[in-house]
Write a protein that binds this ligand. Structure first.
Ligand code: ZN
Length: 495
């Protein structure tokens, strides 16, 4: 949950030990052996020795042809059966949702692995994530975060279905221009938290929700009163196992008291990613650690006989990118042409947010800054571009809020912005960049009665998840930025 600042794992990353299936090789070996046998028998019939044992050669030839035909037929039949019975092939099977066997009502458990960049699952053994992927539905190339790709804006988008400009949490830290009040990650006053998060929607429908940490969950809004036993105040020192066990304990309650919606949050692998960067082998320990926690969760659910009944929605809030190689832009380097004092800055990096005081026209500041940055006189200046917020690319959805400062700077992936040259630790990991950058993607894996097994869906933005959850719980959600069609394209039709 650390705010900020980090590397990218692409499918072609050399460090990425992609598991390679040997099935194709086996199939090829078998086919090659069959062809070799046929060649041998055909050749032998015309070989110089063929006249000596023509009958034997013919028998061998015929039997090989027959056995080959039988093998091929069997293979074809197997392929047919596999194709039409494979649960992964939901289109051809018209797979439908599976009925609950133990629970009385649907339960959605939303799990966040902070900073779990898409591709981490290939860096080390993650048997539990793999199990959910194999038996559930996965965004094949990852979950797309909202901009800015920071912890608080993204966690709150996941539970409200709203872009940050609409749910109000536009950064991890910001200032309300009306009142001058500061928002920090410890601000729990309802005035900051707009929109309707899932726990509130669930409570509005008379159902129970529980939150074992999630940004915004401590805020009392509408029917959500953050009840003591069901709403944990954020405390990073609570061991991960205690969080898992607390969630499991909810399933030991009488059925009418089991929360319909639960959250569970882990700070890793974000913390480790900031420290060592996403391409350092030491990230693997953090990945393995959260996978182990998922194993504990799955085992606990299995012991209670509810693993197949619970809808587990596993997400991350954003990815991570390495920030080494002196890729820094210092604002003081612009000072000979335009002064950007630190008092104007609401956040530096990777999201540069500038709020000039009255008396300075934001448009003139933007024009001058870009002129200087492009001039070649500023080290790495070409990797930072500043915009009036209303001129940002529309796909970033980052202008419709007065909490967003008037000037926003975007740095290229892996670059950082600082005020003054310093001897600060340079290497590590960061996030907060353009959400179109692949390294900012996280994961989406969902397992449960409404999710196809072994199914892959194209990547999507995390504002779609709100509608997915309300659909599984059969409740009406609040208006949001998710699309109507998404839930139908991902969830299995009801049986
Ligand atoms: Zn972070």
């Amino acid at each position: 949950m650390v705010s900020d600042s980090v590397s990218i794992l692409t499918p072609t990353d050399d460090n990425n030990p992609m598991p390679v299936s040997t099935n194709d090789d086996d199939y090829l070996s078998d086919a090659a052996a069959t062809i070799a046998l046929l060649s041998f028998s055909t050749d032998s019939s015309s070989s110089s020795n063929s006249h000596r044992k023509p009958a034997t050669a013919t028998v061998i030839f015929v039997s090989l042809v027959v056995s080959t035909c039988v093998s091929l037929s069997a293979a074809a039949a197997f392929a047919f059966l596999f194709f039409y019975s494979s649960p992964a092939n939901s289109n051809s099977t018209a797979e439908v949702s599976r009925p609950l066997t133990t629970l009385k009502n649907p339960v959605v458990l939303l799990v966040s692995l902070d900073g779990f960049r898409f591709g981490y699952q290939f860096k080390t053994d993650t048997p539990n994530i793999d199990r959910l992927i194999e038996n559930g539905t996965e965004a094949e190339l990852g979950l797309i975060p909202v901009f800015p790709t920071l912890t608080f804006p993204n966690h709150y988008s996941i539970v409200t279905g709203l872009y940050p400009a609409h749910h109000g949490i536009v950064n991890n830290f910001f200032i309300d221009p009306q009142t001058g009040d500061f928002f920090t990650m410890a601000s729990h006053e309802p005035k900051w938290w707009l929109g309707e998060p899932l726990w509130e929607t669930v409570a509005n429908h008379g159902l129970k929700a529980s939150t074992y940490f999630w940004p915004g969950s401590e805020v009392k809004k509408g029917s959500w009163k953050c009840p003591k036993e069901y709403c944990m105040f954020y405390n990073s020192s609570v061991p991960f196992v205690d969080r898992v066990d607390a969630v499991l304990n909810y399933f030991d309650l009488p059925s009418n008291e089991i929360p319909s919606f639960m959250t569970l949050y882990f700070e890793d692998p974000d913390h480790q990613g900031h420290k060592v960067g996403p391409d350092d082998p030491r990230i693997n320990e953090a990945i393995a650690r959260v996978d182990k926690m998922l194993g504990r969760l799955i085992n606990g659910l299995e012991k209670r006989g509810v693993f197949e009944d619970v809808s587990i929605v596993l997400v991350g809030d954003h990815g991570m990118v390495g920030t080494c190689d002196k890729k820094i832009i210092f604002l003081d380097d612009l000072a000979n042409w335009i002064q950007i004092p630190k008092e104007w800055i609401q956040s530096y990096t990777p999201l540069l947010a500038i709020s000039p005081p009255s008396g300075f026209l934001p448009k003139e500041v933007v024009t001058k800054m870009n002129e200087v940055l492009k001039s070649g006189n500023v080290n790495n200046g070409e990797y930072l571009r500043v915009y009036l917020k209303e001129d940002l690319l529309r796909r970033l959805h980052y202008s419709d809020s007065d909490r967003i400062p008037s000037i926003i700077g975007l740095v290229e992936e892996g670059f950082k912005v600082e005020q003054t040259r310093s001897v600060r630790q340079e290497c590590g990991g960061a996030h907060g960049y353009d959400n179109g950058v692949f390294s900012m993607r996280s994961i989406f894996v969902a397992h449960g009665p409404r999710f196809g097994r072994g199914r892959k869906v194209p990547s999507f933005e995390n504002v779609e998840i709100y509608n997915l959850v309300t659909e599984i719980l059969n409740i009406n959600g609040a208006q949001n930025n998710g699309t109507e069609s998404f839930r139908r394209s991902v969830l299995l039709p009801e049986n």
